[in-house]
Design a protein around this ligand. Sequence first.
Ligand SMILES: Nc1ncnc2c1ncn2[C@@H]1O[C@H](COP(=O)(O)OP(=O)(O)O)[C@@H](O)[C@H]1O
Ligand SMILES: [Mg+2]
Length: 366
Amino acid sequence: MIRFENITKKYPNSNNKAVSDLTLHIKEGEICILVGPSGCGKTTTMKMLNRLIEPTSGNIFIDGKNICGQNSVELRRNIGYVIQNIGLFPHMTIAENIATVPKEKKWDKDKIAKRVDELLELMELDPKIYRDRKPSDLSGGQKQRVGVARALAADPPVMLMDEPFGALDPITRSKLQNEFLHLQEKIKKTIIFVTHDIDEAIKMGDRIVVMKNGKIVQQGTPNDILSSPADEFVENLVGGNRSIKRLNLIKCEDAMHKTLSVKMDSTIKEAKSIMEENGLKTIAITKENDILHGYIKLKDVEGKEGMVGDFEKEMEATVEKRMSLNDALSEMLRIGQRYIYVADKKGHLKGWIGINDILNAVSDND
Ligand SMILES: Nc1ncnc2c1ncn2[C@@H]1O[C@H](COP(=O)(O)OP(=O)(O)O)[C@@H](O)[C@H]1O
Ligand SMILES: [Mg+2]
């Protein structure tokens, strides 16, 4: 979808190349993160894509078309752009800010008004309340949401995001990151996202491009970067706890095993025979529709009779299938147990994860 071919940028007043012979291919619908220390050339690379900066040499193609031959104003209208801080025009209302590109594209008034409200709703800002406000009346997080809405206004296939959440406090930041990932599942834009924060890169990226001194030092999936950093520079950038960070990338549903369960109205005899046949020390108890309810331990029912409900223990913790293995590990440590049950959002039992699954997930001999 996007190809940088041997791109070099040397600013006239500088001796060094800000970007040096960079070749990079970005696939349609992916979030490609440019990450690296301040001054490594991330913003310069990004701005060459919408021609806010012209390369010194090399070519850039979008959908096979060389952008150098295109009208730069028209090009920019088809690329959404979200920047840190200076995002919004302070003298305009929120609605006017969002409407910037649709207006330039000469959409009719009703279509613009409808699109503005639709985007405000998408960003969880009530149009009736926020439409006519000025940016100064909004919190940092709200401003950034409006910034994203403005970039999406004319539904461009490509979005550039330059440290979009950099100025926010950690809690708001994490919330907006999650919201944005959720949104991207629906809108499937091709996104180039710049950050100097490797943890943000790991969380947000389908692919990570690590830059240093205007060059790419490594590119790959977050798991590639964490499991095999190309050199000491990347290793230091990624920091300690590489294995723990990898656990964040794996969802419980991708590591869990199928599990057996018994219904609340089963007899102890039935439950015991299932446990003995399958070598289980515990078994989950479900109510109607496989909703997880509790569990029993084999040792508690040794020599006992009756119904499983009489010996049921309350589930101290479960994880949701979309949570990460890191969440699963934290819960296991919290309750001091070597396994944990996995349920979906509505509580239906889906499987279990053991401590060994977590060890296997981050062992390097795969
Ligand atoms: N307009 C400019 N004129 C001269 N040098 C610049 C200009 N913009 C950026 N640079 C230099 O180019 C290099 C890369 O900058 P930049 O792309 O902004 O890096 P990053 O976004 O990774 O922090 C830096 O050394 C920076 O000082
Ligand atoms: Mg920058």
